[in-house]
Write a protein that binds this ligand. Sequence first.
Ligand code: KIV
Length: 301
Amino acid sequence: MPWTVEDNEMDAAQAVPRALTAPDVAARKGSGTPLVMVTAYDAPSARAVDGAGADMILVGDSVAMVVLGYDDTLHVTVDDMAHHTGAVARTKPRALVVADLPWMSYHLSRDDTVANAARLVRAGAQAVKLEGGRKRIDAVTAILDAEIPVMGHIGLTPQSVNRFGGYRVQGKTLDAAREIVDDAVALAEAGVFALVLECVPDAVARMVTDSIGVPTIGIGAGRHCDGQVLVYHDILGFEDRVMPKFVRRYAELGHDATSRIARFADDVRAGTFPASDETYHAADAVTEALGLYGSVEHASA
Ligand code: KIV
């Protein structure tokens, strides 16, 4: 029996909270409790995000920058995104798994767009996200026609970095703000279930949030959104190259990792790693037969 939004919150057979769906997320508009989305790109990060109770895991194309070491998001392919989406999905999170369609995967033709979205669904995503406003409505409609939920993304769209000339706040003039609101309305009318608003002034985000019937998820868009998203590596302090003002750091795990690994290196060089209890020992008789008895530690030691 398929679940619906009205069904029980628990999967009765397994007594575990059921996984969130795109309609569940859409229904949270105006609920008063902001939606939480965090990126993840592999099984450990997905388990951490889901264990923290996030509503959505975004397998973002930011993987290009924070995991794969590229300077922008333009270098990842559908193959890359499917690879990382699979790793996240195999953890079977309760959170909705949304995967980014990478640059040039929804720009060429309707068939190509739908096939690429389907690859991400087969890899384990329950929804896909794509960047752009009115000029991407055909792509949104094609994917929705294939029964795949779509999340929109407007404002600062990182796949447009070369056209924008850098990562800049969008919607600062009245005309630019109106363009963003019009894009948001068009995407909502086309049927997106939620919309990411990146790096826009809070007044613009408020206008968008008040103008559409699906949740807005902000990143650098202030508090007048229906939810917030941040990148895993930014929250935890794994990413040092760029530190936008909208990032709040909750840990410095990058530095912690370096200092812990330096301690391991010190122990190896000092000869204190591995210790006896970190070592497999043969039985005394075996050691003796090997002619080593007395020169190595004993199993019983
Ligand atoms: O790829 C990503 O991480 C994103 C977020 C910044 C929304 O698209």
